[in-house]
Design a protein around this ligand. Sequence first.
Ligand SMILES: Nc1ncnc2c1ncn2[C@@H]1O[C@H](COP(=O)(O)OP(=O)(O)OP(=O)(O)O)[C@@H](O)[C@H]1O
Ligand SMILES: [Mg+2]
Length: 345
Amino acid sequence: MLTQDDIKNALKVVKYPGYSRDIVSFGLVKEIAVSQDGISVTMQLTTSNPDAARQIQEDSERVLKALPEVKTAHVEVRQPAAGQAAPGALPNQNRIPGVKRVVAVASGKGGVGKSTVSANLACALARLGARVGLLDCDIYGPSIPLMMGVSERPTVSDDERLVPPSNHGVKVMSIGLLLDNDQPVIWRGPMIAKTIQQFLFAVDWGELDFLLVDLPPGTGDAQLSLCQTVPLDGGVIVTTPQEASLGVVRKGIGMFQKVNVPILGLVENMSYFTAPNGERVEIFGHGGGHAEAARQDIPFLGEVPIFTEIREGGDRGVPVVVSAPDKPAGRAFIQIAEVIHKKLK
Ligand SMILES: Nc1ncnc2c1ncn2[C@@H]1O[C@H](COP(=O)(O)OP(=O)(O)OP(=O)(O)O)[C@@H](O)[C@H]1O
Ligand SMILES: [Mg+2]
């Protein structure tokens, strides 16, 4: 009997109408049930366009019925009611024009250092000669402006696109640059989706080798919107050794795998602490990230120790990669950036 993976693989030939990208990578396939009697698949669209839904259903059923030993195939395509969908939920472009690679930084849990890693990797890639943008997709708790030392508002270009400010050789966009400081954001899913689409397509990113995307913790609206809006070239998962041992990493991996995003690997942050006498103190034990990467069969990208300079750099708006590239903390990030640079050449 066919497995769910077989079905998913088969559905990868079905393109989203009008796009060269397939429906699986857009994250549309939600449920797959296989029984003696046949196959049943449920998909969820973000657009209320009935033509798109009908075509996806027809194409998918045709593909599934052509599989060996399949008698019946039923595909249900769910859609939001007209008017409720995020306007333009799928972009007119497959990729962001001018942007070569989009790489997302995620974790299974909050506070493990995603934003710190994103900011430092962005600066490190710029040091390696790449043209880099950094997009903060954390709508509720944007920390990239502070970490990158950027506070000026984006300007608007003649063709009404947002021009991102830049610092340390990195173009930066964040909701934190658009809203007043203490204004809490209480948007719901569709607003977040819309904002993220605009951050990708209504921002004048120019020519970039890498657009790094800092995700909020968990697997919520922002992650889903991002994955459904733009094809990601890779996902980086950040963990602490302690988190790794608890298996939280799996959530982050699962999120990327569900939407076919290649996982570049795992970064272990806050790996150890070097005491003033030079002794290496492994607060959370040793090798958790490495072992977890091996267990999950994904590459291990490297470890970043706990350093006061890393936190201070974040608070000062000068990432340690910029202020002290030759010290161990800076070097740790640069080495990881080199691996990513090489993988996505
Ligand atoms: N290797 C490190 N050494 C010292 N401090 C660190 C290190 N990594 C992160 N920090 C500090 O830990 C705090 C949390 O880091 P950060 O904001 O990057 O985490 P996050 O995963 O993005 O959090 P959130 O889930 O809230 O988005 C920050 O104050 C940061 O400066
Ligand atoms: Mg963060």
